[in-house]
Design a binder for this molecule. Sequence first.
Ligand code: NAD
Length: 283
Amino acid sequence: GRESCLVGLIGSGVGPSLSPALHQREADRHGLRYLYRTIDIDLLGLGPDGVGELVRAAARLGFDGLNITHPCKQTVIGHLDGLSEDAALLGAVNTVVFGEDGRAIGHNTDGSGFARSFARGLPDAPTGEIVLLGAGGAGAAVAHALLTVGADRLTLADTDPARAAGLAGTLTTRFGAARVRTVQGGGLPAAVEVADGLVHATPTGMAAHPGLPLPAGLLRPGLWVAEVVYRPLVTPLLTAARAAGCRTLDGGGMAVFQAADAFRLFTGREPDAERMLTDLTDL
Ligand code: NAD
């Protein structure tokens, strides 16, 4: 492991991110000097492609790594020297590690983060039929993770049918056509009715996107509900699902485990994700 670590988070509106505190608190417990800075492309007047110049600058300034978030997870790829298998499969990078040789390698810890949170928070939840709402960046990471850990079949729904179809195509190539299908709005109730679980991966429930992503009447006991949104930690969907008697999982676990996986990549040290989960609740 390293003696000190300098990392950053590049994205839009990253100022209020909890990532600096999560990483630095864990580093403190390792006795590691660790600086985690937010680098906001909006404040710098840059668009999503501006991530390239920032990655090059960070490498030259001696950064050990970067986290990458919306809207740069795809645009960063063209500026890297290599990709992990997960990042290549997802076509998205949330973690960049600068090697001693100066090479910048992109990783994706969103899928592994969700998988660990799911295993921890909903152990032995049935995974025969799962409905996934939202086929964007988080949805893609969740979909690959669920099919990798053995979900039988995934039904994708997105208000933008092209996004659902695009993700279904990628998943079909990797996992086979029998395990993936898409539904449009009208087909959603029937799909939820026969599902074991529902994963929510749209921004609905965040301050800027209030409300529920589907009619509350579709929630019933026996359906588990996993949330990807983690600000707020308790979304209207989780409140409605708990009221309907569903087992639920909030998005905080995914946020913490993806951070823990990035911390390991940056430092070479093993993070204590349980302690980091406690930090998240305190923050
Ligand atoms: P994105 O914009 O890439 O994708 C969101 C998708 O949801 C889009 O395809 C959009 O068309 C679709 N959508 C919007 N409203 C919908 C609705 N009512 N029904 C169906 N589809 C709908 O966004 P993203 O990067 O995937 O992020 C989604 C959410 O996940 C955000 O709230 C983000 O903060 C959260 N997130 C959490 C973690 C975590 O670690 N917990 C990680 C990544 C993202």
